[in-house]
Design a protein around this ligand. Structure first.
Ligand SMILES: [Zn+2]
Length: 312
């Protein structure tokens, strides 16, 4: 994940360089303007004369009017800048971090947003514009019970997104058969949160497993790049838990650590799965199960419906 983080930093740096470039260019063009240059020269002379007068080196004939003029000239300079449309102040894209990507060593929202976008792309979420609450179309010819439970899920997710991250319910497990619409639903949520600047990691359980294996089998100090997003993101979405191969219990071991640390740090996690709660407990052990389903902060949603993908 480090490469992606570096890419996000590079985007922010490009913005910073651009802001500086424009500010420099404006300054250079300003200096070429005769009126501006004249005023600047006048101000420098006035300031010097007033200082000399105060130090007793010279005696200015009209001190009061010189001081008055020294106050006027800066205003005239800014007016001239405006008139020419050449603001020399640096116009950063993000005013909060001055395009450094960091505030007190923490990631700024602008960096998180870029990071999420890149992660989204690398997670195979294409066509992000279709993953939008306003573009959800309910399937028409499905059972009422399926439609109702999907509608309930979308309403719940929308409400969740509006209040994010201010909810004590930080775990959500969505369970249903294949092709009932839960992947689409969590991608809509992911996209919504990313657009608000949150650091979201979406991964299939298969992709998660791959990264965990890479981390396990890499012997380089940089190996944490494979898994840091699973721990650090504001929202982690693991899609289709249960479809990944469980090699040497790698998933079990890491998944516990990931869920436990996220729980301790109050970070949000969403799991979708084709398995029901009991099967999940058998497959992922009690300690993982208890972190997914603890009453105080977990929500469990079941979509009752038929496979939408199997439809013609
Ligand atoms: Zn920023």
């Amino acid at each position: 994940m480090n490469n992606i983080k570096q890419k996000a930093f590079d985007i922010i740096k490009e913005r910073r360089d651009y802001a500086h470039y424009i500010a420099n260019l404006n300054q250079q063009n300003l200096e070429k303007d005769k009126e501006y240059a004249q005023l600047k020269k006048e101000l420098a002379l006035l300031t010097l004369d007033i200082a000399k007068d105060q130090a007793g080196i010279i005696k200015l004939a009209k001190v009061a009017s010189a001081k008055k003029r020294a106050k006027e000239v800066p205003k005239l300079l800014s007016a001239r800048k405006k008139e020419l449309g050449l603001e020399s102040e640096i116009n950063y894209f993000c005013k909060n971090c001055s395009d450094t990507g960091l505030i007190n060593n923490e990631m700024c929202q602008c960096l998180k947003r870029e990071l999420s976008k890149l992660l989204m792309q690398s997670s195979n979420i294409k066509d992000v514009e279709i993953y939008c609450f306003s573009k959800i179309k309910m399937p028409k010819d499905v059972s009422k019970i399926h439609k109702d439970s999907l509608q309930k899920l979308y309403d719940g997710l929308k409400n969740y997104a509006e209040n994010f991250p201010n909810s004590n319910k930080t775990k959500l497990t969505i369970s249903s058969g294949t092709g009932t619409g839960k992947t689409y639903a969590v991608k809509v949520l992911a996209n919504n949160l990313i657009n608000k600047g949150f650091y979201v990691v979406y991964t299939t359980a298969f992709g998660l497993n791959e990264m965990l294996l890479k981390h396990r089998t890499t012997f380089s100090p940089e190996k944490d790049k494979y898994i840091e997003g699973f721990f650090q993101s504001d929202m982690l979405i693991i899609d289709d838990l249960g479809t990944e191969p469980n090699l040497n219990n790698v998933t079990l071991e890491y998944l516990y650590q990931i869920l436990n640390e996220r729980l301790e740090q109050n970070k949000h996690t969403i799991i979708t799965t084709n398995l029901d709660a009991l099967v999940l407990r058998d497959r992922y052990e009690e300690r993982i199960h208890s972190r997914l389903f603890c009453k105080e902060n977990a929500t469990y949603v079941v979509i009752k419906g038929e496979d939408l993908r199997a439809r013609v």
